[in-house]
Design a protein around this ligand. Sequence first.
Ligand SMILES: [Zn+2]
Length: 95
Amino acid sequence: MNHCPSCRRPIRWTITQAGKRLAVDPTPDPDGNTAVRRDGTGTYLSRRPSTELPLMGYERLHKPHVATCPANQAQLPLPAEVTSLDAHRNRRRNP
Ligand SMILES: [Zn+2]
């Protein structure tokens, strides 16, 4: 198992149809857009399912890790519990 250098979460390296390396989350996700299968040598191959070539029974949908990596989500709003903790601190600081 490999780990993302940015967030240290486990990732799985796949080879795309273009021959490039693509890191996906190791757990299949039905919302993913990348079909992953393992070839006879144990290499994970990935591709984008299409109308002409939909997901096959031997493939599983995964999300590319860049879509879920927290290092790429810094611009998104913080989870609610973090926001409420900050609000709590502000209330204590400025009663
Ligand atoms: Zn990451």
